[in-house]
Design a protein around this ligand. Structure first.
Ligand SMILES: Nc1ncnc2c1ncn2[C@@H]1O[C@H](COP(=O)(O)OP(=O)(O)OP(=O)(O)O)[C@@H](O)[C@H]1O
Length: 309
């Protein structure tokens, strides 16, 4: 059974329709990522699920509960990473966690959260002495101190350097390992692809597609681009192109000098065929690569927009 179910959500602000029609279900233990262009309606959707905005239409069920009847019970089932501006600058890391813990009936132990967010050795530092990545880890810790079943992380890695981002990924993986459900938004594609069980692409207030990263890429096309550079020059590339064009799995080819690009729906088979041919002819291949498609290609195909990195 879904731990979170959203059906027909809609929200307008005056003449602006922020969310037109959004529906999805999230399974327990999933990392579920919502991505979309600027203004797609992600924040509004999250805020409605978190109980911060009231939908104009639609239903939200969190752990089988409805905001309109069970608000107090939902509040202890969900954890929201606060903006880092909500941290108490003059309190230490441990004191911030301890303070937030007093808001909830059955919080996690502060030392367990410190370990999960990898701040045990900095627990006595005041917030104002922390680096950007450490502050962000503390904010996530505050979101999980209530021991929620679902945790919402809204762009937790924005503005962080690659190492600090990876530290946050470790926390998300740890949350998954202990069975928590994470709802994530990010503007780093690589992050969405690496961490998510499923990705929901939202555009203009609607879900445009929703699946595992691998299935989204497969849905797009099974074609992969093979790039070959021949050491024996243009003639060798021309002959190889001619061979490729006669194979069934090839969609198209392009050649520039001694570099050949081949789009195949069976890239491995195509490579066997090509290498058989080049070996027979004694042609030497200088470089070969297969370009894997990424979530970024999916994003562009579904939204028609460039990623905003
Ligand atoms: N309180 C508000 N009053 C008026 N318009 C709003 C309000 N909140 C959001 N909007 C508008 O609704 C649309 C969706 O905004 P939302 O912030 O949900 O998108 P988003 O996908 O989170 O965008 P971003 O990636 O830029 O954060 C935008 O056009 C935005 O300007």
């Amino acid at each position: 059974m879904a731990i979170l179910e959203v059906n027909g959500l809609r929200k307008t602000f005056g003449t602006v329709t922020a969310v037109e029609e959004i529906s999805f279900g999230v399974e327990p233990g999933e990392v579920f990522t919502i991505i979309g262009p600027n203004g797609a309606g992600k924040t509004t959707t999250l805020e409605m699920i978190e109980g911060l905005q009231k939908p104009d239409a639609g239903t939200i069920t969190v752990c089988g509960l409805d905001w309109r009847k069970d608000a107090d019970r939902i509040k202890i089932k969900i954890g929201v990473q606060p903006q880092s501006s909500a941290l108490f600058e003059l309190l230490t890391v441990e004191e911030n966690l301890g303070l937030f813990a007093t808001f909830y009936p059955d919080p996690l132990k502060t030392e367990d959260v410190l370990r999960m967010i990898n701040l045990t050795e900095h627990k006595n530092k005041r917030v104002k002495q922390l680096s950007g990545g450490q502050r962000q880890r503390l904010a996530i810790g505050l979101g999980m101190i209530s021991n929620p079943e679902i945790i919402f992380l809204d762009e937790p890695t924005t503005g962080l350097d690659p190492q600090a981002r990876r530290n946050i990924w470790d926390i998300i993986l740890e949350l998954k390992r202990i069975g928590k459900t994470t709802i994530l938004t990010t503007h780093y594609m690589e992050e969405a692809e690496k961490l998510s069980d499923r990705v929901c692409i939202v555009d203009q207030g609607r879900v445009v597609t929703l699946d595992t990263p691998a299935a989204l890429i497969d849905k797009l096309t099974k074609e992969r681009e093979i790039r070959l550079t021949m050491l024996d020059g243009e003639e060798a590339a021309k002959e190889t192109e001619w061979l490729a064009l006669n194979q069934p799995a090839i969609a198209r080819t392009e050649r520039e000098g001694s570099t050949l690009r081949i789009w195949s729906v069976q890239p491995e088979e195509t490579l066997y065929g090509i290498f058989g041919f080049t070996r027979e002819r004694g042609y030497r291949v200088e470089q070969v690569s297969i370009r894997e498609l990424s979530l970024e290609d999916v994003f562009i195909a579904f939204t028609g927009k460039e990623w905003r990195d």
